[in-house]
Design a binder for this molecule. Structure first.
Ligand code: NAD
Length: 508
């Protein structure tokens, strides 16, 4: 294997850039450590690529496009078949790296990889996904059909919280459609992403078709403004996503930006109490609350307001420890800065008068005293004007608001600036139908706390959670990564017949 790194070999590894099929050492002066958030061990060093290196990566992708776009669909599909087999085979090894650099539990790291693997499996259906439409005889001897052609160099910019799943949302679908790709993973945990890219090369993706660069804002801005880049897929926070959408849009790129969230679970009193409490606690505190689809607000309707004590009792049983420790439920948050931000938000909630039912601020984890741990934290008595409600916390913090009626709950969710995911817990089909109809949120779960769609559908979002009309994976992403061309053709039955000049718009 043309390894870019030998992760966890005991010493910090230097990440390389992948440009035109070669792993190259960056010439940059700017480096950042990749740090294990449970131990502070330095696992790797990530370069912030230079302007010349970014240019070289995009140029390599542009050169590779000329032949890749004409590679038969079956050949592209077979590479994806190989890639899915390789990811399956190497998942336990990649999960160890992912857990070490990101903090999530080993089981959750395998889940992160698996949800991305499902997209690679879906990419294997590209033959039918990329088919155009054909209608014969739209006029005398005239047929119309569409071609879905690749668009060129596409870019992916990904966040820290799913270093496997989200890169796999992007590059397999872009490449299988016939595009070439430059991937810029999160600088906080790029090592597991690099392993997936290595597998992609091993699967047979030709030199230059997939490139990888590292860095932060400057690298992202250079990619968003590069004249040869045709499309940008972004997943991350709302502030950065809005910047990327505006900048890349101003430079004529197609952009899809999946962004921040404040996901509400609405609980009706007729819901199954035990199952609902289990679901809320898992969805709020799993991955230390660092999922864009984490449940961060529970809206308890009427008598369900009495369930706060159940939430507290279950949340305080969760085991907080390093992701690789057996039985861990809640790992560390990704960095010291992230921990400081979450703690300051918890402080603000206390200062603004919310009731701190469960306080995770002082949690001690024996053996991991340096880790970025925050224990499950539960607030009740939350008002919508508090900072903890208005901002995305992205930590293991669940807010509880109580309302009298279902209509009030729906109005509350729809008034929130974000619209990523939501859930309704009930045993009433009528309530479920009303909710799915009236709620203005992209992903809706009925008795499902984290309703991330499988790849046959597309991920979506409303309001501050998404910009651009086409989402990742599913049918929508094939539209995003292709240009539809409409061909209208006439073949005369007899070329010798003179049809004369026709100056009207009609074809007949
Ligand atoms: P982030 O916005 O800080 O970073 C995302 C990417 O943008 C990274 O690659 C980073 O290097 C780059 N970046 C950071 N600052 C930048 C700047 N000023 N200019 C240009 N690029 C910049 O996000 P994060 O902290 O890595 O991830 C967490 C966020 O992602 C949360 O808000 C979460 O809700 C969101 N998220 C959304 C989805 C979704 O599908 N809607 C999925 C996962 C995560």
């Amino acid at each position: 294997m043309n390894a870019s790194l030998q992760p966890l070999a005991g010493q910090a590894e230097t990440l390389k850039l992948l440009i035109g099929g070669q792993w190259v050492q960056s010439q940059t002066q700017q480096w950042q450590d990749v740090v294990n958030p449970a131990t502070q061990q330095i696992l790797g060093r990530v370069p912030f690529a230079t302007a010349g290196e970014i240019d070289a990566a995009v140029n390599a992708a542009q050169r590779a496009f000329a032949s890749w776009r004409n590679t038969p669909v079956g050949a592209r599909m077979r590479i994806m078949l190989k890639l899915q087999a390789l990811i399956r085979e190497h998942s336990p090894r990649i999960a160890k790296v992912l857990s070490a650099e990101q903090g999530k539990t080993l089981a959750d790291a395998e889940g992160d990889i698996f949800r991305g693997l499902e997209v690679v499996e879906h990419a294997c259906s590209i033959g039918s996904l990329q088919m155009g439409e054909h209608l014969e005889n739209v006029a005398g001897g005239v047929d119309t059909y569409t071609l879905r052609q690749p668009i060129g160099v596409c870019v992916g910019i990904t966040p820290f919280n799913f270093p496997a799943m989200i890169p796999l949302w992007m590059f397999p679908m872009a490449i299988v459609c016939g595009n070439t790709f430059v991937l810029k993973p999160s600088e906080q945990d790029p090592m597991s992403t690099a392993l997936l890219v290595e597998l992609a090369l091993q699967a047979g993706i030709p030199a230059g078709v997939l490139n990888m660069v590292h860095g932060g804002k400057e690298v992202v801005d250079a990619l968003c403004t590069h004249p040869q880049v045709k499309a940008v897929s972004f997943v991350g926070s709302t502030a950065v996503g809005t910047h990327v959408y505006d900048l890349a849009g101003q430079h004529g790129k197609r952009v899809q930006a999946m962004m921040g969230a404040k996901n509400h679970a609405v609980v009706l009193p007729d819901a199954n109490r035990e199952q609902t409490v289990n679901a809320l606690v898992g969805a709020a505190f799993g991955a230390a609350g660092q999922r864009c689809m984490a449940t961060s607000v529970a809206v308890l309707v009427g008598a369900a307001g009495e369930w706060v004590a159940d939430l507290k009792a279950l949340a305080q049983k969760l085991k907080v420890s390093a992701g690789h420790e057996p039985g861990t439920d809640v790992g560390p948050v990704v960095s010291k800065q992230a921990k400081a931000r979450v703690l300051s938000l918890i402080d603000s909630g206390v200062a603004e008068g919310a009731v701190l039912e469960l306080d995770g601020r002082g949690v001690q984890v024996p053996g991991y005293e340096e880790g970025n741990f925050i224990g499950p934290t539960l607030f009740s008595g939350v008002r919508t004007d508090m900072r903890i409600y208005k901002e995305e916390i992205f930590g293991p913090v669940l807010l509880v608001l109580c309302v009298d009626t279902f209509d009030e709950a729906i109005a509350l969710v729809n008034a929130n600036p974000f619209g990523n995911g939501t859930g309704l817990f009930t045993q009433s089909g009528a309530a479920a139908r009303k909710f799915q109809n009236e709620i203005d949120v992209g992903q809706v779960g009925i008795n499902i706390p984290i309703p991330v769609p499988v790849p046959f559908f597309s991920f979506t979002g409303s309001r501050g959670s998404k910009l651009g009309d086409l989402g990742p994976y599913g049918k929508q992403v094939v539209q995003f990564y292709t240009q539809t061309k409409t061909v209208t053709s006439r073949w005369f039955d007899d070329d010798s017949v003179n049809t004369g000049v026709n100056t009207t718009i009609h074809l007949r």
